[in-house]
Design a protein around this ligand. Structure first.
Ligand code: HEC
Length: 139
């Protein structure tokens, strides 16, 4: 019995350590620089232009109470809010943004829009990537 008690105590302490570590990681501030360094190909993009693309190509399925994955794409604010699975945009980092994975159909994400939707041109995809890389400003 004494042995069991010690084991439990150790497991308890170990969980605390893991928890403290997780909290420590979570509090790290992501870098949200307004500009990107290197490449030089990033254009400044107005949030309004991104919104126009979302309205034309995404809104049919991502709007209102029936929005797929609870991801509302009627506005840029909705995109920044994310889906029921969390954030879709990492400001300053398009390559790690779920919405960009969805636009390319990479990282296990279903390609957006799906076959029945209106596909984006490469320029429209780049527009969204540039907007994210420039800090994903809401307006
Ligand atoms: C024809 C309907 C339709 C259109 C149009 C559409 N989507 Fe989707 N979207 C879906 C469905 C359905 C899912 C769930 C996919 C699955 O099975 O994982 C989804 C999922 C997503 C996800 C993943 C959400 C998550 O929580 O993982 C993202 C991001 C996304 N869509 C972005 C877009 C963007 C951006 C556009 C416009 C360029 C768009 N979608 C257009 C139907 C649509």
């Amino acid at each position: 019995m004494a042995f069991m008690g010690k084991t439990k105590g150790f497991v308890f302490l170990a969980s605390i350590a893991v928890l403290a570590f997780a909290i420590g990681c979570g509090s790290e501030e992501p870098e949200t620089g307004g500009t990107t360094t290197g490449g030089g190909a990033t254009q400044m993009v107005a949030a309004k232009d991104v919104e126009d693309v979302l309205l034309q190509h995404c809104m049919p399925c991502h709007a209102g109470a029936e929005a797929k994955e609870k991801l509302n794409l009627e506005t840029v604010a909705g995109l920044l809010k994310g889906s029921e699975h969390g954030a879709m945009v990492v400001p300053g980092d398009a390559a790690n943004s779920v919405v960009v994975h969805a636009l390319h159909g990479t990282n296990g994400k279903k390609k957006m829009p799906p076959a029945q939707g209106k596909p984006l041109t490469d320029a429209q995809i780049k527009l969204i990537e540039d907007w994210i890389n420039a800090g994903a400003k809401p307006s």
